[in-house]
Design a binder for this molecule. Structure first.
Ligand code: UDP
Ligand code: MG
Length: 322
């Protein structure tokens, strides 16, 4: 760590941006961030050595060539190239872990600038007030599609039902101080859901609100399938509630079946009308069968996570850094 002289102004800020096939928008993003950083340096809010680091998550278009170009053109820009596509969360953790010693605080954001970049100024102010974590929270989602908004709302409700502490409408737009990053480094999980881990770090934290814009170029890199898998990580990596629900359901069915046995015996001995009841039998076979298969599936989700964690594979592999 570099020792700063007392008179030196500004903290050293790093901005980390995972990029996957973002060639269409990256030039614009770079331009806007360049302006933002210049302005903040000018005002003495951040130091001259502040930077933006793009993490190329194995893009198959010209994203990396663009990043190389930007690093040559401006002192502010850096790049990390991963060896293949690891996914948004892994690319983000790669950037955060790689750069955690090099700045006083890191801000993470998406390449599409859907998140209002002027909020970065607010992040820095809060940091200077002594906050270690500052969350960017969307105050409305009118610029998202109805589908995305609906599924997201359902997801946040479901998560809180499962007893997971999370911040609604906060994605991965936040500031983490060096201290918070060091704490984050101790979370070794492989099935990453960073926005679920950060609240577990603790420290002094606060939220800043902003309006989320539209993606100005390219299309979403989160198709439905990725979104569902991500949501599954957001639940199964943080809560054993689904397993508990299985136990409760299983126990209820067991109690119910005891009553049924009594009823069946009673019917057999005293009423003698055992032939009827075919429909109720069929229904219960399907019902129990369905619950069993579903329960095995849920248990499988957890076993699968134990499997992946026990292999201890790296969360990301770096090819190049510039
Ligand atoms: N991203 C990534 N790897 C992936 C998918 C996405 O690094 O496998 C990046 C992407 O380039 C963007 C960010 O993650 O900077 C968020 O993706 P996107 O904007 O497509 O998600 P959305 O805003 O639609 O949820
Ligand atoms: Mg986006």
């Amino acid at each position: 760590m570099r020792i700063k002289s007392k008179g030196e102004v500004g903290m050293k800020l790093g901005i980390v941006i995972p990029c996957y096939n973002e060639e269409e928008g990256l030039a614009e993003t770079t331009k806007r961030l360049q302006t933002l950083l210049e302005e903040m340096v000018e005002l003495g809010e951040i130091s001259q050595e502040s930077f933006v680091c793009y993490v190329d998550d194995g893009s198959r278009d010209t994203t990396w060539e663009l990043i190389e170009k930007f690093t040559e053109e401006s002192e502010f820009f850096r790049g990390i190239k991963l060896s293949r596509n690891f996914g948004h969360q892994n690319a983000l953790i790669a950037g955060l872990m790689q750069l955690k010693e090099e700045a006083d605080a890191l801000v993470s954001m998406d390449a599409d600038l859907q998140d209002d970049i002027s909020v970065v100024k607010g992040f820095v102010e809060k940091y200077k007030e002594g906050y270690e974590i500052v969350y960017g929270v969307r105050d409305d989602r009118t610029n998202d599609t109805n589908f995305k908004r609906g599924t997201a709302e359902f997801f946040y409700k479901f998560q809180s039902f499962m007893g997971i502490e999370s911040i609604s409408n906060h994605a991965d737009y936040r500031l983490l101080s060096r201290k918070a990053l060091q704490a984050l480094a101790d979370f070794k999980e492989v099935n990453l859901f960073i926005r679920g881990i950060v609240p577990l770090i603790g420290f002094r934290s606060c939220s800043l609100y902003y309006t989320r814009g539209e993606r100005f170029a390219g299309e979403t890199k989160y198709p439905l399938k990725k979104m569902l898998l991500f949501a599954l990580d957001g639940i199964a990596s943080f809560s054993v509630m689904p397993l508990r629900i299985i136990t409760i359901v299983g126990f209820s069915i067991f109690m119910f079946s005891l009553l049924m046995i009594l009823w069946v015996v009673f019917e057999k001995l005293f009423l003698g009308t055992t032939i009827q009841g075919w429909s109720s039998m069929m229904i219960s076979i399907y019902f129990i069968g369905g619950i069993q298969v579903m329960s095995i599936g849920i248990i499988g989700e957890y076993v699968g996570r134990i499997f992946q964690q026990s292999k201890g594979r790296p969360r990301y592999i770096i090819d190049k850094e510039i």
